[in-house]
Design a protein around this ligand. Sequence first.
Ligand code: ADP
Ligand code: MG
Length: 550
Amino acid sequence: DAQVETKQFQAETRKVLDIVINSLYTERDIFVRELVSNAADALEKFRHQSLIDKIEFDAHVPLEITIDCDDKKHILTIADTGIGMTREELETNLGTIAHSGSKHFFEQLAEAAKKDVNLIGQFGVGFYSVFMAAKAVRVQTRSWDGGDGWEWASDGGGTYTLSPCPGLHRGTKIIIELKDDAHTYASKFTIERIIQQYSTFVPFPVKVEGKTVNTVQAIWTRSKSEITDEEYTEFYKFIGNAVDDPMYRLHFSADAPLAINALVYVPKENFEVLGMGRMQPGVNLYCQKVLIDQHSENILPEWLRFLKGVVDSEDLPLNISRQSLQDNALVLKLRKVLTKRVIKFLAEEAERDADKYREFWKTFGIFLKEGVTSDFEHRTELAKLLRFESSASEPGTMISLDEYVGRMREGQDKIYYINGPSRAAVEYGPYVEMFKKRGIEIFYTLEPIDDFVLNHLGEYNGKKLVSADRADLSLPETTPAASEEGAKESGEPLAEAVMTSLCRWMKEVLGDRIQEVKASSRLVDSPAMIVNVDGYMTSSMERILKASGQ
Ligand code: ADP
Ligand code: MG
């Protein structure tokens, strides 16, 4: 046929095709995602065009993506009614690697291929990824301006052909003849599954064999005022695979330092505590409504794994690989912005409705404590969110460090805490006697992990956090609290000589089990107490370490 022209691929393109075709793939599915997102891009471009130009040709063809599966002939066809391509556009878009960004990307791809061919499947390689599954591909396309239609065809070797293709409507149709080991992609079940996974939120109907597969809206891109509570809850159930209602939701967008649309939820239940094992992160990363990282470990710190939802940033390249997500500067920035925003949100919620926040704390406080011990960057901000019982709180009610600080006595420059198995055990123990007497508030840390948390934190608001079982503890002289006014001093102190011999005798009896026995002025009612000499590990921390065999 005289009208068929055969052309060479650009050298870089050939290299990419070579890698794509001659390697093994672990994630072949992504070629469907790439083609569907190209189709969605083309539809978006057409919509844009129709706003600035009067459309004369095929103006009323509906905007949609149509997928047909011929599982007898092993042919998959993906068609869109988008902007289409002219002959020149076909040549540059599908014959060369135009974007400078892609060149770098393809170099990385080649590197990865050298190291481990299995890595390649994790790269999104755009249009060319079709050759992971295709024996031969035909692209039939007609531009929105109604010019002639063209067909591009290639088997992924060194060349492609271009020929006229009359009779087309606006848009692009990609006809894929599947490789022998890729016949599954002509099954509508396979295609539906892939669309559900990666392309559910594509903003145009995706029809597989006539049935629209993507029925859930990407509500995170809409403005808050237009979304009902029911829609929010429904979306939560969808994205979180959940049956409960969410406890909190945070929907926000930002333009600087980078474009973000995020919709995240706090569930009602903590499934980790319910004995269902460690949770996977529940927030997915999207780029313009196309999934790029499901259950992303990169966009939020581990301690926020209880959140469910989506984060969308159009600043991210769609074809970013899993590996490069980890150290991508944009992703790191995204993570920082998101984490700060979530912490700020929780602080606002605590302010707005303290009781509800206490419920949250009971269920998810353990994750925030994990954050304090593991996330140095956010430790200080997180401290605001911590809650513990204290000598001044109602039993069962927890207070914040800010509340404590606001009530500190004159002359007090430290924040005190003492660990114990229960509030009653702590309150009747010897450690808090002097605190009561002097009217100094003290936190009751009733979970074994609490002392680690406060020890990691070290200080709050410039005030040292100190465990009351430290040997060198000296409490500030305060005027006694009103309730303590007139409380009787218990008994006469022992004479110094008697005290010294008593201490010596006790040390003889207890031997190596203790380091030293000392007279103390810290006790009010109890005759003796055990304190912690090195001041680093509290007794509760030591108990944990012993229990874990360290
Ligand atoms: P990217 O989408 O990142 O630009 P691709 O390799 O996926 O890279 O696609 C290359 C180019 O081919 C696109 O930028 C677009 O111009 C063109 N293209 C691909 N598919 C279509 C389509 N269905 N309709 C119109 N143009 C398309
Ligand atoms: Mg693309």
